[in-house]
Design a protein around this ligand. Structure first.
Ligand code: LLP
Length: 466
């Protein structure tokens, strides 16, 4: 793929911008609603990364995923800095690439010195081709295929063993050297988040049951092909509480003691991801620094209490690394007013580019890209274009009067939007651009309707007779 960096049609100098959203925390983008580089130009139009958003919409079409490089680098640096200042041992943040997997994001994250967590052959290939060194990659999955395991081993990444089948399958591969293994177990910790994105409670499909951990470690004593380098647990996602992360440290330190007592020289503790972000004004997540500090201090204390030499601390942030960097642009289309009931305003995307509202009833914040400060005199329900009544992106959105062709910006869409996009109704996936300092790169090309037929096969006997 050729990537061409182009100046935005009218690049805006950061010094000429008026602030837009009051940034609550310049070092922790997950506490802000908008990307760190957001501002207003002289005409009051929204600018991100030095590019006027509505100009990007005109040039690249809509829906369009816009990613702000400064925010992405800012979150990566915030994790590195916090780990270095709060953890006395060595530490590494791994980007959970399920949040948004692309070559460009991988390249940015790799250049900031982070590692990466992948869960499929596709994410693994993206990571490696995006320039992530294999020694900084871990490979997850609760049902890995033999082919995926073979790929992971050939690439030389660390494999997170989730279940007995992983161990059985790995044992059948002829290996030149022992596989670096991390063992995932269910820590039995509850947290308050949507039930679909909770993983730490005992009734979870992920990881070994904690009662099995000893048997697994005993079994691996006899496996010359395995080198148990770490232990892993993840409690869930979009979490605002800190206590579950403190509790996790104790559970993991117990597991570390068990593993070392059984003779496995385990060096890494991976506490997963989970830090939440602000999607709407009322959300109030901890900062990256507060989260890392809580985790780091709890792990260091738990190890000290058990007389354990400090492990390397790994964590796997996904959402909090990329969400706030992302803004999705839509064009406003049809309007339906139901007197006394509701006004529907439809946009040219919906549940195929952002399935989170229909899946988790997630809330978002949106404004008109060229009039974000105009009086919000209308209350509208922002509907997608899919043939599904539930395809609503935002309910009861306060907007200034909006008409056909206006560009709408939805904030905090950098995580679990592009990566969860589908082709429902055979709608092509949007393009994505990376913006920074008035420059714009196309990093994911827009799908074309004809391309959606690529994998269809029309049997000879069904072909229309001409
Ligand atoms: N590590 C593991 C093993 C995970 O399963 C996950 C997320 C993460 C790290 C990253 O968690 P984060 O920092 O992003 O919270 N599609 C859902 C989120 C699913 C999260 C799945 N696992 C959503 O849109 O809210």
């Amino acid at each position: 793929m050729t990537i061409t960096t182009a100046p935005a049609s009218a690049a805006v100098d950061a010094a000429a911008l008026r602030p837009y959203e009051a940034h609550r925390d310049g070092e922790s983008p997950n506490r802000n609603l908008t990307p760190l580089s957001t501002g207003l130009n002289a005409e009051g139009r929204l600018v991100v990364g030095g590019c006027v958003l509505s100009d990007l919409a005109r040039r690249y079409g809509t829906p369009l995923y816009v990613l702000d490089e400064a925010t992405l680098r800012g979150t990566a640096q915030a994790y590195r800095k916090a780990l270095a200042s709060h953890y006395p041992g060595s530490a590494l943040a791994l980007y959970a690439s399920k949040a948004n997997s692309s070559l460009a994001i991988t390249a940015v994250v790799a250049s900031e010195g982070l590692g990466l967590d992948a869960v499929s052959a596709g994410e693994l290939l993206t990571a490696v081709q995006g320039g992530m060194p294999p020694e900084r990659i871990v490979f997850h999955g609760n049902n890995k295929s033999l082919e995926e395991l073979r790929l992971a081993v050939d690439l030389g990444v660390t494999v997170v063993a989730d279940n007995w089948l992983d161990l059985e399958q790995l044992a059948t591969l002829s290996l030149a050297q022992p596989v670096r293994l991390m063992l995932r177990f269910t820590p039995g910790i509850e947290c308050h988040t949507h039930e679909y994105i909770r993983t730490g409670h005992l009734d979870s499909k992920f990881g070994f049951d904690p009662d099995q951990l000893e048997a697994v470690l005993q079994h691996l004593k006899g496996c010359a092909w395995a080198q148990v380098s770490g232990l892993h647990a993840h409690i869930g996602s979009q979490i605002f509480e800190l206590q579950p992360h403190r509790d996790l440290a104790g559970v993991m330190a117990d597991a570390l003691k068990l593993a070392r007592d059984l003779g496995h020289p385990v060096s890494d503790l991976n506490v997963g991801g989970g830090l939440g972000i602000r999607y709407v004004e009322s959300d109030d997540p901890p900062s990256i620094d507060a989260w890392v500090r809580t985790v780091a201090e709890a792990v260091a204390r738990a190890c000290e209490e058990r007389g354990l030499e400090l492990p390397r601390l790994l964590c796997e942030p996904g959402r909090s690394l990329v969400a706030t960097a992302g803004v999705t642009l839509y064009s406003v289309g049809s309007r339906k007013e139901i007197p006394g009931l509701r006004t529907y305003l439809s946009v040219d995307g919906g549940m195929s580019d952002n399935p989170r509202p229909i899946t988790y009833q997630s809330l978002y914040t949106a404004v008109l890209a060229d009039r974000p400060e105009a009086d919000p005199t209308d209350t509208v329900t922002l509907a997608g274009k899919h043939c599904e009544s539930g395809d609503v992106l935002l309910k009861d959105l306060q907007l200034p009067p909006a008409s056909h062709g206006d560009v709408l910006a939805v904030f905090a869409t950098g995580a679990y939007n592009a990566s969860m996009a589908s082709n429902y109704n055979r709608i092509p996936r949007p393009a994505a651009v990376l913006v920074g300092d008035g420059l714009v790169d196309l990093v994911q090309r827009r799908e074309q309707p004809e391309e959606l037929l690529r994998y269809d096969v029309l049997p000879e006997r069904l072909r229309p007779v001409t």
